[in-house]
Design a protein around this ligand. Structure first.
Ligand code: PEP
Length: 253
C-alpha cells in the first residue's frame, strides 16, 4: 500500500505572516484519509517556526536542500543532522533548479542523498529532462544517468527509505503539465529500472510527479498506477490550492 504523498516545495517564498496563514489553512483542511500524506518544505529560516505551527497535526516537515558534508567549515551550508534537530523528516535533493543554477552534478546529488539517509532523513530525489533533451529523444537516458549515479553511490536497498520525484524541467513553473500518459510512461520506466535491481523496493517506493500540478489536473495524473502523488511548487503557496490537490489524491483512495 503506497498511498499518496503531496509535498509542497515553497522554494524561496514566504514570511512569518504568510507562513502562518498558509500552514493554518493546510492544517485545518488535511484530508481525513490516512493514505494521503501532506508535507511542507519551507525555506531554512522558517523550518523551526513551521514545525511549531504543524505540531499535533498530520502535516509532515521537510527541507529543500542539505549539505553532502556532515559538519565543518562549509559556510552557508546546512547538515542533515541539523535538519533532524529541527524536526525535519524529509529533504529534497537534486531539484532541477539546484542542478541548473547551483551547478549540482548527479554525483553531488548522490552524495546529498547519502548524507540525508545518514542523518535519518528521507530524501526526495528529483530527476527530469529538459525540453531539448525530451525533443531529441533523450528523456530516458537522462533519467537513467540521474538515477544510476545515486544507485551506484548508495545501492538499491537504501531506496527503501527514499522518495523519487519525476519533474520534467519544461513543466516546472511554466503552467505546462506533462500529460498523464507522458508522466506515467516515465514513472513506469523509473519503477522498471528499480525493479531490475529489487522488485520489493520498486513496489514500495513512492514516485511523485512534479511540474505545474494543480487541483484540476492532479486526479488525472495521480490516477495512473505508477504515480504516487506530487511535488508541488506554485500551488503549494496557497492553502486552498494545495488542499485541492490533496483532495484529488484522497478522491482516488
Ligand atoms: C517544483 O519546483 O518542484 C515544481 C513542481 O514547481 P511547479 O509546481 O510550480 O511547477
Amino acid at each position: 500500500m503506497r498511498g499518496y504523498l503531496v509535498a509542497g516545495n515553497w522554494k524561496m517564498n514566504g514570511s512569518n505572516d504568510a507562513n502562518r496563514a498558509l500552514v493554518e489553512g493546510i492544517v485545518a483542511g488535511v484530508p481525513a484519509n490516512k493514505d494521503v500524506q501532506l508535507l511542507v518544505c519551507p525555506p531554512f529560516p522558517y523550518i523551526s517556526s513551521v514545525a511549531g505551527l504543524i505540531e499535533g497535526s498530520a502535516v509532515l516537515l521537510g527541507a529543500q536542500n542539505v549539505s553532502q558534508h556532515a559538519s565543518g567549515a562549509f559556510t552557508g551550508e546546512t547538515a542533515g543532522s541539523m535538519l533532524r534537530d529541527v524536526a525535519c523528516e524529509f529533504v529534497i535533493v537534486g531539484h532541477s533548479e539546484r542542478r541548473a543554477l547551483m551547478g549540482e552534478t548527479s554525483k553531488i546529488v548522490a552524495e546529498k542523498f547519502r548524507a540525508a539517509l545518514d542523518a535519518g532523513l528521507t530524501p526526495i530525489l528529483c530527476v527530469g529532462e529538459s525540453l531539448d533533451q525530451r525533443e531529441s529523444g533523450h528523456t530516458k537516458t537522462v533519467i537513467d544517468e540521474q538515477l544510476n549515479t545515486v544507485l551506484d553511490e548508495v545501492g538499491i536497498d537504501e531506496f527503501r527509505n527514499a522518495v523519487i520525484a519525476y519533474e520534467p524541467v519544461w513543466a516546472i513553473g511554466t503552467g505546462v503539465t506533462a500529460s498523464p500518459e507522458q508522466a506515467q510512461e516515465v514513472h513506469r520506466h523509473i519503477r522498471a529500472l528499480l525493479e531490475s535491481k529489487n522488485v520489493e523496493v520498486a513496489k514500495g517506493i513512492k514516485i511523485l510527479y512534479g511540474g505545474s500540478v494543480k487541483g484540476d489536473n492532479a486526479a488525472g495524473l495521480f490516477s495512473n498506477p505508477d504515480i504516487d502523488g506530487g511535488l508541488i511548487g506554485g500551488a503549494s503557496l496557497k492553502s486552498d490550492d494545495f488542499l485541492a490537490i490533496a483532495e484529488a489524491a484522497a478522491s482516488l483512495c
